[in-house]
Design a protein around this ligand. Sequence first.
Ligand code: MSP
Length: 645
Amino acid sequence: MAEKKTFYITTPIYYPSGDLHIGHTYTTVASDSICRFKKLLGYDAYFLTGTDEHGQKIQQSAEEAGKDPQTFVDEATVTIKALWEKLDIDYDQYIRTTDPEHIKTVQAIFKQLYDQGDIYKGQYEGAYCTPCESFWTDGQLVDGKCPDCHREVQQASEEAYFLKLSNYADRLLKHIEENPDFITPESRKNEMINNFIKPGLQDLCVSRTSFNWGVPVSFDPGHVVYVWIDALPNYISALGYRNDKPQLMDKYWPADIHMVGKDIIRFHTIYWPILLMAAGLPLPKKVYGHGWILLKGGKMSKSVGNVVDPVVLADKYGVDALRYHVLREMTFGSDGIYNEDLLVSHINADLANDLGNLLSRTVAMTVKYFEGTIPEKRTGGDFDEDLQALALQTPKSVAEAMELPDCSKALEHIWKLVSRANKYIDENTPWLLIKEEDKHPLLANVMYHLTETLRMVAVLLQPFLPQTGSAILEQLEVPETAQTWESLQSFGRYPEGVTVVRHDPLFPRVELPKKEKEEKKKAPAPKKQPTSQDQGEGKITIDDFAAVEMKVAEVLSCDQHPDADRLLVFQLDLGSEKRQIVSGIAEHYQSSDLIGKKVIVVTNLKPVNLRGVRSDGMILCATKGKKLTVLTVDDPEMKVGAKVS
Ligand code: MSP
């Protein structure tokens, strides 16, 4: 039998000096999803994470906590591991830089580089930023402060060992230029070349004597190894490089991806490759520098007191909602914004409305129309081909996105399929098919297509939202043989004769956070601008009217609001985008009455939340007394997106 292809992915090892926030969560959730996806593809994939436990910063944090550093890091590690367990992070190894085996590796590399003349002893005179654990020359400081975190630096003057980075600069540049994927995305590559390598690499100070919480230099124990030179080799010490751990170097090295935040890409694309070249080892295939999760006001920081705790969010909204939010929000290499409103709207719109409804409608109809078991006798329908084509294309598109890797894009592809399946329900109107006996085979066919699409969605979702993927597969009773990557290569692997059972909704809709709602209520009403009406004319100008943007939209689906009898929740197609609008017309229309109709929508109203469901616009109606009619457009030439003026 052919051996499985291997795949090795790492996260940075985290400093255990403060609680991890939602930003840290992103790297680990993304790496976990990427690794799970590779496993689905059939790879022998290995995922490493861990903690970076040495250095001046940790020693200071331990002192502040009144603990010895070892006790401090032991306790912090327990908390970090618990966080990963809570978030369903399925790592293969957790490395700690205080592991004796790791220390052995670091000492062996340091000694080798010293023996071969890449490391030499000298005197360090310059600035050191303890929070960033970075050395800086005076020329690199910005207004005398750390160029990375803008905090005060300390002047350091001590005997130290240095690594001759310049010995390897040309080889490194050549490697980066010849391997376009080595630093991803491209923008980060240019930054490294132009700002660091081309101006000339200064020799790097690689030992400290002013504190002792670190790996001692084996042949000069007054020195401890600089924390980055201690931390970076974790990626190979974990694989047993020059230590007694299980020997995995041959199997997994070089790493396929080091996932790192943009702030530490320099360490991974300059110091780390040079260390590896000096040690005679191949370089990792890709260093992926992702963006940061920011708050509206900027960076999250403990000192500002605005850190967002992932444990609190996971408890409040569920693990998969949190995973979905960070994965979807962080588009390829760019920064993403965290705010609770956005998280809630991801839950209500994408998870509860799109995915949750697709599942609950499909299962509810299968139970109602066929007592849970779709009959074998089926006949093809008009819209099948389109749905099947997208269902077969989606695994390919997801795999392509994951090559980058871009989890946000991958999820976008899965959601396109979910939307297509929801549209397929509306195109086929199962509630009408049931009324005509001779249409029942067609109805069975519709239900089969929906169930099969959901199977494919669930298999694809598992790496990203493991609990949700499994819950759908379980609810649909999908056998293991229909949960593989291979099973996604053809449409129709959902077995005949399976009985589905209704469960609780996957994602109940959530209300906006209370605090924000109260703040909105308290906020003073905006000052009214004088209008032409105020000036006594009772009329508006053409400019006033032009400020209202109206378009033709098609009703894709319509559901009863979960918490308000009066309200209907519409999904609308505006041509260039889809919209959700909540409208108070339930007294006048049934959910299915307007599906497929073209209506007129005000598109530039500020979105509001109506009983916890986001409404982004308004559907125009005419009223007379108690009678209400939604304004519709009959002309088939008038396509969705047409402007109303
Ligand atoms: N210990 C070093 C890494 C050594 S790897 C050999 C370190 N640790 S850290 O705990 O400060 O950061 C770990 C990771 O979290 C980094 O990749 C960093 O970019 C990432 N993030 C920290 N804040 C972040 C956000 N707000 N958003 C996304 N990632 C963020 O650096």
